[in-house]
Design a protein around this ligand. Sequence first.
Ligand SMILES: Cc1ncc(COP(=O)(O)O)c(C=O)c1O
Length: 381
Amino acid sequence: MENISRRRILLSGGALLGVNALSVLNPLSNPLFAAEIIPRPFELVRADKNENPYGPSRVALQAINEGMDLTNKYGGGSRRKLVELIAKQNGVTSDHIAIGTGSGEILKTGGLIASWEKGSVVCVDPTYQDLVRYASRVGTEIIRVPVDENLACDLNAVAAAIRSDTKMVYLVNPNNPIPNIINKDALRDFVLEVSKDRLVFIDEAYYEFVENPEYGSMIDLIAEGHRNIIVARTASKIHGLAGLAVGFGFAHPDQIKQIRELRTGKNNILGIEAAYASYQDQEFQDYTRRQNKESLKIVEEMFNELNVRFIKSNANFTFFETGIPVQEINTSLLEYGIASGRPFPPFTMWSRVSMDKPEHMRYYVQTFKKLFGNRIMDSTS
Ligand SMILES: Cc1ncc(COP(=O)(O)O)c(C=O)c1O
């Protein structure tokens, strides 16, 4: 009991009073007025969209500046050089790569290819929705395979869900909103087997953040000459270029040809120039990874302190069990200038938190503990 009280006092934080205490002192302390009572140190903490708060890098910004002069033209610029660079960095040829307006365009094109002849797409649930939502809208049935008890992808269950009419299996690795990975050897075996009869689409949007030795890209299989495998990557995440929409699809040259024919977008020159500069800038990626780890450490400390279950992150966001409806949490946090991840059913008592800068995440932790710390402690003690 004494122990709990001491932890509670710690949780309420020195400078910030708990909501209940504030209510007694000041009727305006109704959470609706909280934004006016508690000074916000930041305009908005962006803990909701898995962005890179440091991007674009300085070299990318310089390339954007220099690219301004090219914006009156069709074509030109570093497009070909960008494809060659990405090919070299990933051990494939330029013919194995399609550029997209974000990886989102590659995902949608993949969804369209899978829907060509009516059939089904198998995916894990929950996962990123772009591909399956699009496939569903163009007439494909989506078979969702729930994550296992560790909230991980169960490849055996995914294999068992494949039907004779299944045209594609879509796997996100690391997954989103649950940032865990699939073991590289198990995934390689799975992809080789399943791609004999249907497409396997691996979404590696968070590839550059992963440091887990059990992780591996499936681009290697494409480099080895295998067909029916598409891998997507993006400049939106570690490169911090989400607003310029540059992504890549990797596949056998025949399938790349098909993707190029079906895509409807057109990359703008500034995105191409920025990506060409950014993919050569290792220092910026290292910096982002270091800072991301620092931010994750701050929130993970809170999870341990509150004794809540969380999924060890392999990306720039994390996922933890609140035991409180996430919609309620998000509404309250927003009053304090914090945008937090939307609900991901059926995990409506879990929250996805994207990493902003460490100073933002300290404020997030301080605010979260103040608003919900005692409630969570009561339910977990
Ligand atoms: C797993 C995953 N794939 C793809 C995307 C889309 O990225 P892009 O900005 O390249 O369209 C996202 C964006 O959040 C994502 O989380």
